[in-house]
Design a protein around this ligand. Structure first.
Ligand SMILES: [Zn+2]
Ligand SMILES: [Zn+2]
Length: 171
């Protein structure tokens, strides 16, 4: 197995973080990195103490013919809350997300100071891609789409009891 690049490394971690998500409409994980160090992680799930989608079902709201699940706090929001407990702003932070952020999360990341966003997959909604491009341009930010690395891992040739990690819930 070749060594992961730094961007692949943080994207792979975002995919593993997403394995903790509780809304199966999109398992999302976000890793916030500053100066090559992880400062916070987040996945989408219900607010602390509330029932989760995987326990009681989604809380769907229709808007313009599309359904959204409103039960969860999104991965990016959770990561931002975690980071903001210690940091005044997110200037210089790179956000690694295994999916494409929604407009609310994207604008909050940008307003907090994030100027580089790296996504491991492309959201199929075309309107969202246009909105995403517009928002990032307005803030002088960049958004990059990279395929998430294959995270089936074998831990070296020196192990006899070979352990493999496979995160099957990630598409
Ligand atoms: Zn849900
Ligand atoms: Zn969002």
């Amino acid at each position: 197995m070749r060594r992961l690049t730094r961007d692949e490394y943080f994207l792979a971690i975002a995919s593993i973080v997403a394995a903790r998500a509780t809304c199966d409409r999109l398992w999302c994980g976000c890793v916030l990195v500053r100066d090559r160090e992880i400062i916070a992680t987040g996945y989408n799930g219900a607010p602390s103490g509330m029932a989760e989608c995987n326990e009681v079902g989604h809380l769907l709201v229709e808007e313009k013919g599309k359904h959204h699940c409103m039960r969860t706090i999104h991965a990016e929001q959770n990561a931002i809350y975690q980071a903001r407990k210690r940091l005044a702003n997110l200037n210089g932070v790179i956000a690694y997300i295994n999916a494409t952020p929604c407009e609310n999360c994207l604008s909050e990341l940008l307003r907090c100071g994030v100027r580089r966003i790296i996504c491991g997959s492309i959201y199929k909604n075309v309107e969202r891609l246009e909105m995403t491009a517009k928002l990032t341009e307005a803030f002088g930010a960049t958004i990059e789409y990279r395929p998430s690395p294959d995270i089936s891992l074998v831990f070296g040739s020196e192990v006899t009891d070979v352990k493999k990690i496979r995160i099957d819930r990630c598409p």
